[in-house]
Design a protein around this ligand. Sequence first.
Ligand SMILES: C[S@@+](CC[C@H](N)C(=O)[O-])C[C@H]1O[C@@H](n2cnc3c(N)ncnc32)[C@H](O)[C@@H]1O
Length: 272
Amino acid sequence: MTAMDGTEPRPNYGLREEIEAFWSERAPGFDEFPGHEIFDEDERKAWHRLLSRHLGPAGKRSVLDLASGTGVISHLLDDLGFQVTGLDWSEAMLRLAKAKAASRGRRIAFRLGDAERILEDDASFDILVTRHLVWTLVDPAACFSEWLRVLKPGGTLLVVDGDFVRQTLGQRLLQRVDALARRSRLVGRQAPALSPDMAERHRSILSRVHFRNGARAGDVAALLGHAGFRDIVVDHRLGEIHRAQGRHMPLTKRLSRRIEHRYAIKAVKPTA
Ligand SMILES: C[S@@+](CC[C@H](N)C(=O)[O-])C[C@H]1O[C@@H](n2cnc3c(N)ncnc32)[C@H](O)[C@@H]1O
């Protein structure tokens, strides 16, 4: 049977498949966005400081970069000397990640897989790191138990994420100004924007995920605690990263980034 819009129905096509398809379509332009790829040495150094602050020196430790996308965080971890594996369920993202790593001469392993159901043995990794995944998790409670399983006892999880739903009055005002600026011919360079179709798909996906009201740090930390993580620390000191990113953004986005609810959360798997 063919649907009213002429497309073939997709049996068992669920929210997870929609999320994967959305990111696969975004893959080609993903690295053009400041805040995704790094365009500034100050930003790179600021990330190194954040990662080192929570993970310590690399030693011979292994890291799994969950939902690695084009590998931006994998490269930062590789810079610091960790043995890095990136995992993502989007083949389009993985292709770009592998090509970028090859072009930079990096030995980072990239694998296809679902961060909610990792096909690795128990206690496989010293560290798990993930940026901008938690806010679209379908079942974060089950997922965090899975992350605990693949971590070695005493291993560390580092989540970098944010609330991309709830907006303060200041953020709403800046968004209005940004929309006007995009329509105006008076403004200069603008960051690339999502097409109306992709923006609608983004909104629709977001309305159905667990953190549909925004992934607040306190809620994520509480779920990590329920899953069995301990020594949970919420870190909002991302200012130097955001200031460096802001240099490559239009003024409205730069100002908005300073007041958004963004954070890193470190959590440890107990040894016994
Ligand atoms: C916003 S991008 C972030 C990419 C990368 N972590 C970064 O910060 O540059 C989200 C990525 O998560 C991936 N993703 C989302 N849910 C996933 C899941 N359950 N398993 C594996 N990858 C997932 C998408 O394919 C996409 O590459």
